[in-house]
Structures are given as structure tokens and as C-alpha cells.
Write a protein that binds this ligand. Structure first.
Ligand code: RIB
Length: 321
């Protein structure tokens, strides 16, 4: 990827991720069990995860200057999560401890790599408005704030509004799907739903299968405030809607092992590429490549690629990013 920042720019753009930190309890299953059924799955695996921590690690592993803001509990999981973030190069001084359990997620992974997730918010639910505002205090115009919806809506909204007022580029991953206040959408520079979330937000659940349907959904969401909407289409890549311009960025064919955290990898990578001066389309291609690599290994943070892996992958794919 070509960096377009100039040598006169002394301060690197900062990326703050305000969001969840979870311990992921993952089981591979032949299919999702129905009510009343007991299934035999694979061995239980535990990974560091949470949409916020995932996005922070993805961005740091790809070379971003990243700070994580959020809450963990007073239990054995908090140390592991902080260590994994720090190993990835994320600054964690904005992660506080709550008198609650660390957030967790129970994840079923199907043979084709798709997953079903149930989260238990724990300490993530304790991210208050003052904590959220502290996270954006040091950001300046041109920096980046990444949020998702596993921390309380009022805290996410307060941080996004404060950051937006400063000229920070704000990315909102509306996951898990939840109704969005208009003031939050209006403080969002780039909204990045996946197909399920885009369907939920436009009252057409299950209906975003094609790029044409994604385009309709993106236009509706743009009408509510976010100037840029990127709909993540899984293996199909993404649709980028920026003002009146609409562009499809194809996915990269890979053998999926576990798709957990692929959307988070996309967001972290997108922020890094934009922070380095790429335009939205090239940044989305870079993010598609990082997300594709992440599904080839198990786990969320555990599967995220390094910068050189993404660059080699893009080169092998003959992509011009
Ligand atoms: O997006 C994947 C993440 O969702 C998992 O790591 C899990 O913790 C849940 O937050």
C-alpha cells in the first residue's frame, strides 16, 4: 500500500477504539442446535475478542497508532485481554476495571466458517458517558474514532458527537444490530453495517443479498445522516456509497475456516488505510484483503494478519492498492 502522507506531517493520525473487550468461548459445531437439542461439538477454545478489542488489534497489527478505551472486569480474563492488546501494539491506558465480570461471548462456528454469537456484556456495560468522553479528549481533527454497539448506546453517542464536533473521522460499526438514534447517525462519518445489520436498520431483515439491495439500504441510511455507508457483503466484498458515488469492491476468494472478527478486521484495516491517506475505494480494497486473510485461521484477534501478510496477499492477487 502506498502511503500518501507527506514528510511535513509530524504527528501521525491517532486511532481510538471505544468498545468492548470479550473473552470468546468458541466451539466448532456441525450445525446450530435447535431448542431442546444436545449436540456434540469440537474442543472448547478460548480467544481474546470483543468487537472493540478486535478492531483495535486489527488496526495496530497493520501499523496504526491505536488506543483502546473500554472496561474489563476484576477476573482472570482481564489480564489476558490486556496482554493480547499490548502484544498487538495497542495502548491500553484508557481501559479501566469495573466491579463486574469481563465481557464474554459464546460462539458456535459451523463447518463453513460461519458463526453464531451470544454475548454477555459484563464490564462492557459499565462504559459510562464520562469514560467515553475521556476517550476522545486527546483526539484532533483528522484523527479516527471507531465505535461499535457492545457498549452502552448513550456512551457511544456522546463520544461520537464530541469527536465529530472536533473534525475527527468517526466510524460506526452498528453491531450487534440495534436501532440507531438520529443524533448518532448524524455524528457518523462512515457507517459500516454487514448485510444482517443493514437489513435490520432498514426494516428489511434477511433481505440484503444482492448489491442492488445493499445499494437501496445504503441510500436509506445515508438519508438518515451518515454521508458514507459501506455495506460489508461477507465473501462478496463490500459496497461503498459516498455521496452520490457508488462503488463495489470485490472480496478475495479464500478457504474460510472461521469468519469470527472478519468485519472487525475490515474496520480496523479501513481506519489504518484512511489514516495513511488512501481514498475510500483503495482503503476498502485493503480492508477486504485483511478481512479475507482473517477468515483463513481460527479465532478473532488470533487470526488477524500483519501488514506484510496483507501486502503480499494483495501483490499475489495482482491488486493495485
Ligand atoms: O465480531 C466478533 C466478536 O463479536 C467476537 O470476538 C465476540 O467477542 C463478539 O463481540
Amino acid at each position: 500500500m502506498t502511503t500518501r502522507s507527506t514528510s511535513q506531517e509530524h504527528r501521525r493520525k491517532q486511532i481510538v477504539v471505544l468498545g468492548s473487550l470479550n473473552i470468546d468461548l468458541v466451539q466448532r459445531v456441525p450445525r446450530i442446535p435447535v431448542a431442546g437439542e444436545t449436540l456434540i461439538g469440537g474442543d472448547l477454545a478460548t480467544y481474546a475478542g470483543g468487537k472493540g478489542a478486535n478492531q483495535a488489534c486489527a488496526a495496530a497489527l497493520l501499523g496504526g497508532q491505536v488506543k483502546m478505551a473500554g472496561m474489563v472486569g476484576h477476573d482472570v480474563f482481564s489480564g489476558r485481554l490486556l496482554a493480547e492488546l499490548q502484544n498487538a501494539g495497542v495502548t491500553t491506558d484508557l481501559v479501566a476495571k469495573a466491579a463486574a465480570s469481563t465481557g464474554s461471548a459464546v460462539i458456535f462456528v459451523l463447518p463453513n466458517g460461519e458463526n453464531s454469537i451470544v454475548i454477555s456484556p459484563g464490564a462492557n456495560a459499565e462504559v459510562t458517558v464520562p469514560i467515553a468522553l475521556q476517550a476522545v479528549e486527546r483526539l484532533e481533527a483528522g484523527d479516527f474514532l471507531l465505535c461499535q454497539l457492545e457498549t452502552p448506546m448513550q456512551s457511544v453517542t456522546a463520544a461520537m458527537k464530541a469527536a465529530h464536533r472536533k473534525g475527527v473521522t468517526t466510524l460506526l460499526d452498528p453491531a450487534p444490530a440495534h436501532g440507531l438514534p438520529e443524533e448518532l447517525l448524524q455524528a457518523t462519518s462512515i457507517l459500516t453495517p454487514n448485510q444482517t445489520e443493514a437489513g435490520f436498520l432498514t426494516c428489511s431483515p434477511g433481505a440484503i443479498e444482492t448489491m442492488a439491495q445493499a445499494a437501496d439500504a445504503a441510500r436509506q441510511l445515508q438519508g438518515r445522516g451518515a454521508p458514507v455507508v459501506i455495506i460489508k457483503m461477507g465473501a462478496g466484498g463490500c459496497l461503498i456509497v459516498d455521496g452520490v458515488q457508488m462503488t463495489e469492491a470485490s472480496g478475495f476468494p479464500v478457504q474460510a475456516v472461521d469468519t469470527t472478527g472478519a468485519g472487525d478486521t475490515f474496520n480496523g484495516a479501513l481506519a489504518v488505510a484512511l489514516a495513511e491517506g488512501l481514498d475510500l475505494i483503495d482503503a476498502s480494497r485493503f480492508a477486504n484483503a485483511a478481512a479475507a486473510l482473517s477468515v483463513t485461521k481460527p479465532g478473532a484477534i488470533a487470526s488477524m494478519p500483519s501488514r506484510s501478510q496483507v501486502e503480499q496477499f494483495l501483490e499475489a492477487a495482482g491488486s493495485r492498492v
